[in-house]
Design a protein around this ligand. Structure first.
Ligand SMILES: Nc1ncnc2c1ncn2[C@@H]1O[C@H](COP(=O)(O)OP(=O)(O)OP(=O)(O)O)[C@@H](O)[C@H]1O
Length: 650
């Protein structure tokens, strides 16, 4: 089979099935996966053992007892099938013997009893193998899910800025894990079928050797039909991954609590539904087209298979007519052919499903490979426990999906125990700088150093354990108020009381019926929903509380920590931040657009277009005639002047 490569372009579909959604560019990985989907039979056959091997490893790790039981009972079932066929031949031989009828029946009775016993044994083995198999599958799925979640949680944050990673993760999450279970089930079904075929073919070959190859030939067209239709379906899923993700996101927007209010405020219902309709219709069209093409292929395979089977029976009739085989053997051959056909049919079905599941499972394997490549470097030294000085030397950083660098040649020094404010206009790079200081990203050029130790060379987890962050878009954890404060730190009542008082979160929680044990998620019974400002106080408490080895951490980073707070709470927060820095000796990095609060900082850094435009104390920056002074005057005048001065044009 030919492998076609269509050059990627916006909205173009590599598989020829037409994604036809212009805003969704085909992902880069799809070209590789397209090659997989368009592989020749030879290549598929070569891939099979590896896939089955991987499934076997996964199965063995998930439930070794079930694997052994399945294999043993399947072999038992095959042996019972052979035994039943031999008994059938014996029964027919007795029944067609040239003696009076009552005598024939009597002499056939022992063989009949053996036949019944063999059938019972086969049924019993099949049932026990099925039980073991049914127990194995959920274990395999669980193991795959655990693996996936572990991988997703371990990769570097940078991976989540990459659409390629999201596509792999999505396909692995939506189909890969379940397909791991199906792959294992179908592999055992394949084994069952093959054992049945070997048993039937063995008996058949003793009846007449020509029957076996004829029988196998009968199955080839059928198998081709099923395998080709499986491959069609896989290619469709592959081509529509981006569309499925889009559909999933729209479903989320229409059904999630977080977006429910805004969907209504902006009367987005119609627009979202129309968008969903457009994507879903495209998917439906592809599905319908696929169903027709699959039916045609399957029908062609089944028709050809039927013709060849008829040929097998014709050959048997000729052998009987010429007296090559006696009537009893011909009768037994018909039974054996039917048994072998059944087993072969099951095996072929399982084989095509193994192939199809194998393709999906390869997504799971590819994701594992991708996640491994994105893991932080192993064996790094733990981060220093603290610092006297944090230095940024010639730091340049751009997001993987960004257009250009978000920070360029940044040089800064932050001293222990001081409060540093980052100011600048929207998009100037403040949050990005905070993320580099938080150890969430590492710069492409330059370095971030704690007392001369380059953070790129230290273990990220141990580093982040020493840093406390209030993110601009902090998470509303569906945990209790206590859980939202303590997070992953150890419980320490004294520090808890101090942190919650400093953040004024204690007064928020005092209003909840269950106090600190109140669940902060309205989607669950007795859950409550704090207001935006109340959430920010809890986030502040979380950052004050964060501790490493029982002490508060040496670096606290707060990105727009008071945007939703009222004036009193905001003032209280900034006062607490300064006393926290004084008491613990921690360095505090503050990002805020409220310049009145910035004034209290020991050091102010002004960012403009990803570069440090100026730095110094409030007085020093006001003495200059730069961006800081302009922004300050704009804000200050809003409080005192009857008219607002016009901002200078840049
Ligand atoms: N995850 C991301 N992927 C790609 N680009 C990003 C990402 N986050 C930020 N950027 C880009 O980096 C630049 C700096 O953004 P950043 O969030 O650091 O600005 P900021 O100064 O904090 O802005 P604001 O005051 O609006 O919060 C912007 O051009 C933004 O588009």
């Amino acid at each position: 089979m030919r492998t076609t490569h269509v050059p990627p372009g916006r909205g173009q579909d590599h598989s020829g099935q037409g994604l036809d959604l212009p805003e969704l560019a085909p992902p880069r990985w799809s070209r590789h996966s397209g090659t997989v989907a368009g592989a020749s039979w030879l290549r598929i056959a070569r891939r099979m053992p590896a896939l089955v091997g991987q499934a076997a490893v996964l199965a063995w790790r998930s439930g070794p007892r079930e694997v052994v039981t399945t294999v043993l009972f399947n072999l038992g079932s095959g042996a019972a099938t052979a035994w039943a066929l031999v008994a059938t031949t014996a029964v027919l031989a007795e029944l067609f013997a040239e003696v009076p009828t009552p005598e024939r029946v009597t002499t056939a009775l022992p063989a009949l009893a053996l036949l019944a016993l063999a059938l019972v044994a086969r049924g019993g083995c099949g049932a026990l193998a099925g039980r073991a198999q049914a127990r194995l599958e959920p274990k395999v799925v669980l193991a795959a899910e655990q693996r996936l979640l572990r991988d997703a949680a371990s990769v570097e944050l940078r991976a989540f800025d990459d659409s390629e990673f999201h596509d792999h993760l999505f396909r692995s999450r939506t189909r890969g894990c379940d397909e791991a279970g199906i792959l294992v089930r179908q592999t055992t079904d394949l084994l069952t079928g093959l054992v049945g075929i070997v048993a039937a073919a063995g008996v058949l070959s003793t009846l007449h050797p020509a029957l076996v190859p004829l029988l196998l030939l009968a199955m080839v067209p059928q198998w081709w039909g099923a395998a080709a239709s499986a491959r069609m379906r896989y290619r469709m899923v592959l081509a529509f991954t981006e569309g499925s993700r889009r559909k999933h996101m729209l479903e989320q927007l229409l059904t999630a609590r977080e977006s429910a209010a805004e969907v209504r405020s902006f009367t987005m219902e119609r627009r979202l539904l129309a968008e969903f309709d457009r994507v879903a219709r495209r998917e439906l069209d592809i599905h319908l087209g696929l169903a027709t093409r699959q039916s045609v292929v399957r029908l062609a395979g089944a028709a050809a298979g039927g013709l060849v089977t008829a040929g097998v029976f014709a050959v048997l009739a000729v052998l009987l007519a010429r007296g090559v085989v006696p009537i009893a053997v011909a009768g037994a051959a018909v039974v054996a052919v039917r048994v072998a056909q059944g087993a072969l049919g099951n095996a072929l079905h399982a084989m095509t499903r193994v192939y199809e599941s194998g393709l999906y499972f390869s997504d799971f394997v590819a994701f594992q490979r991708e996640a491994r490549a994105r893991l932080p470097r192993p064996g790094l030294a733990p981060a220093p426990s603290g610092f006297e000085r944090i230095e940024l030397r010639d730091v340049t950083f751009g997001y993987p999906s960004g257009e250009g660098p978000s920070l360029t040649d940044v040089n800064l020094t932050l001293r222990r125990g001081r409060t540093v404010a980052l100011v600048g206009e929207n998009g100037s790079g403040k949050s990005t700088l905070a993320k580099l200081l938080s150890g969430l990203y590492t710069p492409q050029r330059g370095s971030v150093l704690w007392d001369g130790t380059d953070l790129a060379g230290v273990d990220g987890v141990s580093l982040r354990e020493r840093i406390s962050v209030i993110a601009q878009d902090h998470t509303h954890w569906p945990l209790t108020a206590r859980g939202n404060t303590v997070m992953s730190s150890a419980e320490c009542p004294e520090r808890f009381a101090r942190a919650t008082a400093a953040a004024q979160a204690d007064s928020v929680v005092a209003e909840f019926r269950n106090g600190w044990e109140t669940l902060l998620d309205k989607r669950f019974a007795h859950g409550v929903e704090p207001s935006g400002g109340q959430w920010q106080r809890l986030a502040a408490a979380r950052s004050f509380y964060r501790g490493d080895d029982g002490d508060e951490v040496p670096l606290l980073i707060a990105d727009e920590p008071t945007a939703a707070m009222d004036a009193r709470a905001e003032h209280g927060f900034f006062t607490s931040v300064h006393s926290h820095a004084r008491r613990t000796g921690a360095t505090v990095v503050l990002i805020t657009h409220r310049l009145a609060s910035v004034r209290m900082a020991d050091h102010i850094v002004v960012l403009d277009g990803g570069r440090v435009a100026a730095q110094g104390s409030h007085a020093e920056l006001m003495a200059g005639n730069g961006l800081y002074r302009e922004l300050w005057e704009l804000q200050a005048s809003a409080y005192r002047a009857p008219s607002v001065p016009k901002p200078r044009t840049p």
